[in-house]
Design a protein around this ligand. Structure first.
Ligand code: B12
Length: 345
């Protein structure tokens, strides 16, 4: 039997439009460290990056007061998306509410936190990148399963955003799910990964993932980048391994509007980004897509130029020529290099 408080917390989460909510003990996260160790053993070059996530497992060293984790699942796959941005920008980034105060999802998240505090609980969360390993926490809370592409799925697919709060009370609320696992022979997600970053079930190399390359990699020297030509039309994120998954078939239903998305979409295309002025990139694009840092917004332009080269059309020439005079040296170099590549092909 679960305590009244645990049930009240779950009910509140559901009232606030989370699809699921569970509560696990802090110690349930210790096993996640084994997954990190396995990842490092199998792909040793990921060690410096992967090691930083041990703090997600060993929560007590930073939060001595914490006893449990409340983990919530929110469905993202309900928003209408501008068609022309699909395959360019990862869907989850289009409806990212982590810093979007206008979105209902963000407001619900704040209200939920306030509710926990009103119940007398001490809480801690990190909205940007999570306070713990969110997939593992949601899996341990029985809210769904982790599939071969490493994504957390409920019975409605993987287009779910995860959130978690540490609390200072020992509570538990673990669901017993009956979701079927991936068929043994299925490798569709692995085959779909453009760079083979996802090379085996449950194994991926972040450093070659298109999402990492296009968004987080700062030493992004495109002419010399081994995986450049494999990033295809993606300029910010990648959904290939999720899109290919049969368990995501029809999982994105487009019933609701995400605030300002349609209007913002009218300003975005490969050509418009390449020609965009830097104030607009910093003041309008960056607040929405904040994981490319403000000082690196030039990355948008070289990603767009790269996508132009990957699926070259004569109509891109105008933008490529404009980029040859861009105020940023990296953008100019990329545009000049692309011109020579086009001439050679
Ligand atoms: C670091 C990180 C990244 C990095 C590295 C990705 C990675 N896989 O590690 C980069 C920048 C590449 C990235 C990109 C993206 N990310 Co990210 N990322 C994270 C973060 C901060 C930590 C992930 C982590 O723990 N990595 C460590 C490795 C070891 O874990 P893992 O790869 O997830 O592997 C798990 C499984 O393999 C499992 N496992 C291993 N063996 C086995 C065996 C069995 C049988 C089972 C059941 C499980 C299992 O254990 C691992 C731990 O859970 C989380 C947020 C958080 N705080 O948790 C978001 C998170 C995972 N990202 C998310 C998303 C949406 C994305 C993107 C789709 C964004 C985009 N549109 O481009 C891309 C997709 C990239 C991809 N193909 O994976 C969501 C995923 C939601 C979901 N439903 O799963 C999260 C949970 C954020 C959130 N708040 O919802 N991400």
């Amino acid at each position: 039997m679960y305590s009244d408080l645990a049930v009240q917390i779950r009910n509140k989460a559901i009232d606030l439009h989370y699809k699921k909510c569970g509560i696990i003990k802090i110690s349930d996260m210790l096993e996640y460290a084994d997954k990190l160790r396995e990842r490092i053993e199998r792909i040793p070059e990921t060690k410096p990056y992967t090691e930083r996530f041990y703090s997600f497992s060993n929560l007590q060293s930073n939060y001595a007061w914490a006893k449990s984790i409340v983990v919530c699942v929110r469905r993202e796959g309900k928003y209408r998306l501008p068609k022309h941005l699909q395959g360019l920008i990862g869907k989850t980034f289009l409806v990212d509410y982590r810093r979007d105060k206008q979105s209902k999802d963000y407001q619900d998240s704040m209200n939920f936190e306030q509710y926990l505090q009103e119940k007398g609980l001490q809480t801690a969360t990190k909205r940007d990148f999570g306070i713990s390993a969110l997939r593992w926490a949601a899996y341990k809370a029985g809210l769904g399963i982790i599939r071969k592409n490493n994504f957390f799925y409920t019975e409605k697919g993987s287009w779910m955003h995860l959130e978690a709060w540490l609390i200072d009370k020992e509570l538990d609320l673990v669901e017993n799910n009956t979701i079927s696992r991936c068929p043994g022979s299925c490798r569709l997600c692995i085959k779909a990964c453009p760079t083979s970053s996802l090379s085996e079930p449950y194994l991926m190399n972040h450093s070659t993932c298109v999402s990492y390359l296009t968004v987080y990699k700062t030493s992004w020297d495109l002419p010399n980048e081994k995986y450049r030509h494999l990033t295809g039309s993606w300029i910010y994120g990648c959904d290939a391994c999720q899109d290919a998954c049969p368990f995501n078939h029809n999982a994105w239903s487009e019933d609701e509007e995400f605030p300002n998305l349609e209007e913002l979409g009218t300003h975005i295309s490969l050509g418009k980004i390449v020609e965009m002025n830097y104030d607009f990139l910093r003041d309008v694009i960056h607040p929405k897509f904040w994981t490319i840092q403000k000082e690196n917004v030039w990355k948008w332009k070289i990603n767009a130029l790269s996508a132009m080269l990957n699926n070259y059309k004569k109509s891109y020439d105008k933008s490529i020529n404009i980029a040859c005079k861009d105020e940023n040296e990296k953008v100019r170099e990329m545009a000049e290099w692309i011109k020579t590549e086009i001439t050679h092909t």
